[in-house]
Every structure is written in structure tokens, then in C-alpha cells.
Design a protein around this ligand. Sequence first.
Ligand code: IMP
Ligand code: MG
Length: 180
Amino acid sequence: MEKKLFGKPIITQESMRRRIKSLGIKIARDYQGKDLMMIGVLKGAFAFFSDLVRAVPIPLEVDFLVVSRQRDKRRKDGGTVKIISDIASEIKGRDVLIVEDIVDSGYTVTFLREEILKRNPNSLKFCTLLNKPERRKIQVEIDYICFEIPDRYVVGYGLDYKNKYRNLPYIAALDNITAE
Ligand code: IMP
Ligand code: MG
């Protein structure tokens, strides 16, 4: 029963726990003495974000924004990204770290970089749980990456397929689930 619902992990809870712990320490070192504002990109990053911020042992603030990407195959730029719900904080002069679930085409990160830079932060970096470099349509620089994965559609630990599977405690490939 459980196997049918959940599929096999391609990234286990234990390997995420270990990776996030060491990434949290690295972020804390890099931002020691700075005015760190971590921004989670919802919905996909909610699980990763809450584990990551608890692994960063320095003072920091959190905020969230919700984006949606309308895919439009007729447009070369891959459609439009919109902020559906914005952060509540002032970020001018602060050290902003945006936390994403997955970087795929790169359009979302590109859009967010332009948007956030308009608000004049002191610094801006990006962190993602998963990176799918094979799928890139536009070159982006990501400062912190937990895992590189091949070109497979994945769900779990915040990531969805048609808004389901976000509650899986680990990352599974969707074909592992549907095949069972
Ligand atoms: P990008 O603009 O193509 O880089 O889009 C990234 C967004 O697409 C992510 O934040 C996810 O919401 C979604 N996405 C891309 N690949 C996957 C996947 O394999 N599983 C679930 N969501 C994905
Ligand atoms: Mg996302």
C-alpha cells in the first residue's frame, strides 16, 4: 500500500538531512556578521526552506513569496513568471538569499533576480534543493545547490505534480510512482 502511494526515493530523507546540515553551516559562515534575509519561493520550497533555515546557526530573518510560471509553448521565452504574493519586508541594503525547490529552465530564477535587484539589496544569492542542468534554456548562476539530478520529473518534499505529492517525505521520480 505504502509503496504504491509513495514510490521509491531517488533522494532519501537521510541524504537530504546530511546535505542540508552541511549547507546550513556553509551559509552561516558566508553570512556571518551580515544582515541575512532568507526568502522562500512558495509553494515548492516550503519543506526545504523550513529545514534549511533551522540548519543555519546565525541570526536571520525569513520571508516568502509566491510565484507562478505560465508555460506558453508558442513563446520563445518560455512564458511569463509572475509574483502572485510578494514579500512583506523591505530588502534595500540587506543580504538576500532566495531559496528555490528546483531550477529547471532557469526562467523563474532569471525573473526573480531582475525583480529583487530593482529593490537594491546589498547582495543577492540563490540557493536550490535540486538542479536539473540538462533542462536549462537560459544560463543562470546558482550559488548553493544541494543536489544535481538528471532530466526526470520529480515530486515530494514540497515538489508537486498537479498539486499532489508535496507531502512525500523524500524525492521520488514521478515515473517511479505511476509505474507501480
Ligand atoms: P524554471 O523556471 O523552469 O526553472 O522552473 C522552475 C519551477 O518549475 C520550479 O520552481 C518548480 O515549481 C517547477 N518544476 C520544474 N521541474 C520540476 C519537477 O521535476 N518537479 C516538480 N516541479 C518542477
Ligand atoms: Mg518553484
